[in-house]
Design a protein around this ligand. Structure first.
Ligand code: HMG
Ligand code: MG
Length: 298
């Protein structure tokens, strides 16, 4: 049985742009996010309040957050690694902040410069202060389906990090296939363990499409009852601290499939395609999404 409706969380302005070589001008980012806001998407992760030396392409996080035109019914989210990032996100009046860490030691260290154990108290403080400031907090766990440095990641570590994040009070946990190595059987196996502990409604899937398995993994997630999917318009995206990570599952490919299946998303595909073409022009290279490539081949 297919789900009637699916929730899409657009991460293009954050995950998409963080891995680009060029800096998209602030006013162009703002125009683009404003287009996305009018496409029917209800959740947009617009930027990151991380160290600009680590992610230079999002160094304008404050200006972008303050200057976009917010649309009622859209949640505007941003990544924060620590209290410093949270304070900026609060100043920028972000609706929801996302904390992030990895299930594998080496990726965690390379990405946020701490061991897994050292990360918990940092994030605990972030979640507490965010809640005290009236912000909801989403959690990400990276390298769930494989680590670029360590290979296989133990289910024990995935469960341990997930439990700690839920104990802190996150409202949703997004399971990251950071380098796009997952397959549908693995998705089923990981979810069958996590779903014994956490409700399907509290989980989201975050697939990168490095090896073309993301849509198949989405279908496997539906089979397990998980219907919140992160994706990035045009298939932009990747983690600069995960060698080999390429674009996220493309929002427009996902919408194409879901529209055809009669599964509701609330997103207007024509408006989304227009926003994809806009950022393609600014980035100056063809986007990876099959949808955009097929349209341009017409
Ligand atoms: P650190 O160097 O250990 O930080 O970096 P620190 O606490 O030791 O501070 C060092 C300096 O950084 C200090 O400045 C701080 O003030 C400053 P100084 O006193 O030397 O002048 N600083 C900051 N500046 C701005 N914003 C901040 C901030 N925090 C400290 N928030 C840190 C630790 C976490 C900051 C760094 O490692 C970092 O920024 N990492 C971010 C990496 C990142 O963004 N990776 C990509 C996102 S995760 C991802 O893509 C995966 C995901 O998509 C899911 C999936 O696909 O799996 C979510
Ligand atoms: Mg990602």
């Amino acid at each position: 049985k297919w789900p009637e409706a699916v929730t899409i969380k657009e991460v293009g302005p954050r995950d998409g742009l963080q891995n680009e070589k060029i800096f998209i001008a602030t006013n162009e980012k703002i125009n683009w996010i404003n287009q996305l806001s009018h496409s029917g998407l209800t959740y947009i992760e617009i930027t990151s309040f991380v160290h600009p030396k680590w992610i230079p392409t999002l160094a304008d996080a404050m200006e972008v957050s303050k200057k976009i035109k917010r649309v009622d019914g859209v949640t505007y989210a941003a990544l924060v690694p620590n209290l410093k990032g949270l304070d900026k996100a609060i100043e920028a009046n972000i609706d929801e902040v996302s904390v992030f860490m990895s299930a594998s030691e080496t990726h965690n260290k390379k990405n946020i410069n701490k061991s897994i154990e050292e990360t918990f108290p940092v994030l605990e403080k972030v979640v507490k202060k965010a809640h005290a400031s009236g912000k909801s907090v989403r959690g990400y766990i990276s390298t769930v389906f494989g680590c670029p440095y360590e290979g296989d990641v133990s289910i024990h570590s995935i469960v341990n990090v997930s439990e700690k994040l839920f104990d802190m009070g996150i409202c949703e946990l997004s399971l990251g296939d950071t380098i796009g190595v997952a397959n549908p059987r693995q998705v089923q196996e990981v979810l069958s363990v996590l779903l014994k502990k956490f409700p399907a409604k509290s989980l989201a899937m975050h697939f990168h499409n490095t090896r073309g398995t993301a849509l198949a993994n989405v279908i496997a997630s539906f089979g397990m009852g998980v219907t919140t999917i992160d994706s990035s318009i045009g298939g932009l995206g990747g983690c600069p601290y995960a060698p080999g990570a390429s674009g996220n599952l493309a929002t427009d490919d996902l919408i194409y499939m879901l529209d055809g299946m009669g599964i509701l998303t609330g997103v207007n595909k024509q408006k989304l395609d227009k926003a994809a073409l806009y950022i393609q022009e600014k980035i100056g290279r063809p986007l990876l999404s099959h949808n955009i490539q097929a349209n341009q081949g017409k």
